[in-house]
Design a protein around this ligand. Structure first.
Ligand code: NAP
Length: 305
């Protein structure tokens, strides 16, 4: 039986694996697809991970993975479908029927950005289409950008981009905003911000990089970058009846990664947190591994933490 089974091979899962392995615990990382490195694989360039300026997302993910392999971390490909807890043991059951027992679980399955599923979105991902202004905004210095969505993420992206881009369009499908009215008012004061409301994007086009957005009403908008902020979907389906979730489906957990279930820790984008970035996911993995290690220590003494 393993000490810790880690679900997810993104920065949170791999960081947890490194910390657990270095604490001499037996650990295995479960990945949905072979050689998965999580959402960073989608980032063409990452420029805000300390010590690695201007690195491709895939290259950074590969470094994380090589580090884990170097320490002897084992991987298993599979989709962890559900979890059972009995007599202090967590049984993880996979979609193909396999199961693995572990004394503790670190769940770092991540979240994914809701896509618009429009023409050009996939084709130009990483070539002008981005889902994260904090990650990619700096590449649009002095250029025209657009933000899609009317939630707090979209508004925060627009505010952030307004000090980088020459012009920012906020394209939202309704007149009312889901996000904070205070931020809307702040944006209304900005000379380089233009609201395009009750509008939907039909397609994104360009040559090598994004050049134009075509709206459903026929309007065409020239932009160099489009930031899609249509909400995120946490990968919490397998745990929804197991641990407490917030109203948006994220696992309620603080920095320690402790959840409402004993011996079940959450790390990375899947948990409630203010900033979802590679660096905060890696930090979460470290915290969850140390919490799991403490839990295992007290468990071995037959005492609760
Ligand atoms: P969100 O609140 O769910 O907003 C998503 C936005 O995308 C909505 O305006 C929605 O339009 C739009 N949208 C969804 N699907 C679309 C589609 N297919 N085409 C066009 N537009 C589409 O998501 P979020 O902004 O990521 O925020 C998630 C949670 O985190 C919220 O509770 C938010 O308040 C919180 N958050 C807080 C802060 C902060 O406090 N500073 C910052 C970021 C996030 P409709 O409105 O028409 O549905």
């Amino acid at each position: 039986m393993l000490d810790i089974l880690i679900i997810g091979s993104g920065p949170a899962g791999l960081s947890a694996a490194i910390y657990a392995k270095r604490a001499n615990l037996s650990v295995m990382v479960v990945e949905k697809t072979a050689y998965g490195i999580g959402q960073i694989a989608e980032s063409s360039e990452i420029d805000n991970y300390l010590g690695f300026p201007n690195i491709r997302g895939f290259a950074l993910g590969k470094k994380f993975r090589e580090h884990a392999i170097c320490l002897g971390v084992e991987f298993k490909e599979g989709y962890a479908e559900h979890f059972e807890f009995s007599e202090g043991i967590w049984k993880t059951v996979f979609k193909n029927g396999d199961s693995i027992n572990a004394k503790a679980i670190i769940y770092a399955a991540g979240a994914f950005h809701r896509h618009l599923n429009i023409l050009g979105e996939k084709e130009f991902a990483g070539k002008g289409v981005s889902y994260c202004a904090t990650c990619d905004g700096a590449f649009y210095q002095g250029k025209v950008t657009a933000v899609v969505g009317g939630g707090n993420t979209a508004l925060d992206y627009a505010l952030y981009l307004s000090s980088i881009s020459s012009k920012v369009y906020i394209i939202h499908r309704r007149k009312e905003f889901r996000g904070s009215i205070k931020t809307v008012q702040e944006l209304q004061k900005k000379e380089n911000v233009e609201f395009i409301l009750e509008a939907k994007i039909l397609s994104i086009s360009g040559k090598d990089m994004v050049q134009e957005l075509c709206l459903e009403d026929g309007r065409k908008i020239k932009v160099s970058g489009v930031f899609i902020a249509a909400g995120m979907i946490p990968m919490t389906e397998p745990v929804k009846n197991l641990v407490m979730l917030d109203p948006y489906g994220y696992i309620i957990a603080e920095e320690t990664g402790e959840t409402s279930a004993k011996g079940f820790f959450a790390a990375g984008d899947v948990r409630t947190k203010a900033l979802r970035q590679v660096i905060t996911a890696a930090s979460d993995g470290a915290n969850a591994a140390v919490s799991a290690e403490r839990y295992l220590y007290w468990r071995s003494k037959n005492m609760t933490v």
